[in-house]
Design a protein. Sequence first.
Length: 368
Amino acid sequence: MKAVAVFPSKANSAHLRDIPASAVNDIPGGRGVLVKVLRVGLCGTDREIDAGDYGTTPPGSDFLVLGHENFGIVQEVGSQVTQFATGDYVVALVRYPGSSWYDDLGMPDMFTDSQYHEHGISLLHGFLTEYYVDLPEQMAKVPAGLRDIGVLVEPLSVVEKGVNQAYEIQRRIRVWRPKVAAVLGAGPIGLLAALSLRLRGLDVLVFGLEELPHLNSDLVLDLGGRYLSTASTSLADAAKELGPFDLTFEATGYSPLVFEAMDVLGKNGVLILASVTSGNRTVEVPADAINMGFVLGNKVVVGSVNANRLDYEAAVRDLAVAEARFPGWLPCIITHRVEALGKYQQAFEILTGNPRPIKVVFEVAQED
């Protein structure tokens, strides 16, 4: 079967190749679930892996199949599988369990191993292929009514984890009722964070680079949020006029902005860091003032990466609620659809082009 793969550490190495076909019996004991891939989303992680910034091949392989944002339909299940049936729509979890006790608790996203296993990223092939087989506990079911936007479950799960972590942490103060949230970044994760926070009843301010109007800002306004361009409004000025920010979700990938966000976070506030940054940037910061503000204001910074099964299930629920409250909003995030795996070059040109797309999705196959 066909797959889009790269040679990690080699820039611009994406290519189409043949790989062995997946079969339900690839997983022993009758516990396999064979899935036909319908759609795969591309994101900045895929762009950076193709650029040679990171990525690790599975043992015994010199290539890595790309793709972690996935959506498919079950083709066959092993004799011991009771959770899924042929025809079910599913999303596979990206992070695979390791050897820590967090993995035994169903929380591989909180791993303590020195190496992590993630489909399409590190040590596991991804989903940018025709079929895959996996364990039932590594999948989440998606209702048929969400099949057109099911590929957004994985990126939304990342948001769900971060937001849920904030609420979990704030159990320390017994009652936490955040009113105003700032979302830094208006890309796909930033927009999904704005959606998640609006569904929780918060007033949301989204900060992006571009001035209004454009599609990203329009989508924020359609949620009842407010969009501000950092080209004309600083975080500090916005916090003085519209804050304090009870919760801030950082999704820009621009690390110096983190310290600005720390400086303007409100008392008892939580700053969620959800973007992976590379490079070696250095900045001067008002360290004493930031430290004093966090100590006296009982503030929290939490890093959040990936997601576990509960977060995926929460993402499915929020997609359903969002479709009811903001009908037609979620499909607008998918700005580009690329037909067939063989058009991978076109997909990466769109992904790296200017202006940047919101979400590029491979239409890998049609349903039978």
